[in-house]
Design a protein around this ligand. Structure first.
Ligand code: FES
Length: 104
């Protein structure tokens, strides 16, 4: 597995979402839920909305365009009109930085 730097821990306070563009990955939305980090593809599977512009509602993120929801931990759809999942990423936090683990 290769590590792709997503952000520094200090760039993402609890309860916030950060949109990250990295080499080799589509745009990623990184979430901080009470100190635990999660990442899913930023582009909604229903349209071209950025999920990082959405709202966190517990373990869900609500898309800003049509109000569809996804599970932040899994990327699975959790509310209409979204029916297709978005990719999720395994993460590791090292030296105050959040990395995605991806196949090289
Ligand atoms: Fe996200 Fe429609 S673009 S719910």
């Amino acid at each position: 597995m290769a590590k792709v730097l997503l952000c520094r821990v200090g760039d993402l306070p609890s309860g916030e979402i950060l949109r990250v563009e990295s080499d080799g990955l589509p745009p990623v939305a990184v979430f901080n839920l009470d100190g635990a980090y999660f990442a899913i593809d930023d582009t909604c599977s229903h349209g071209q909305a950025s999920l990082a512009d959405g709202e966190i509602d517990g373990d869900l993120v609500e898309c800003p365009f049509h109000g569809g929801c996804f599970e932040i931990r899994t990327g699975l759809p959790a509310g209409a009109p979204c029916t297709e999942p978005v990719a999720r990423y395994d993460l590791v936090v090292e030296d105050d930085a959040v990395y995605a683990l991806v196949q090289p």
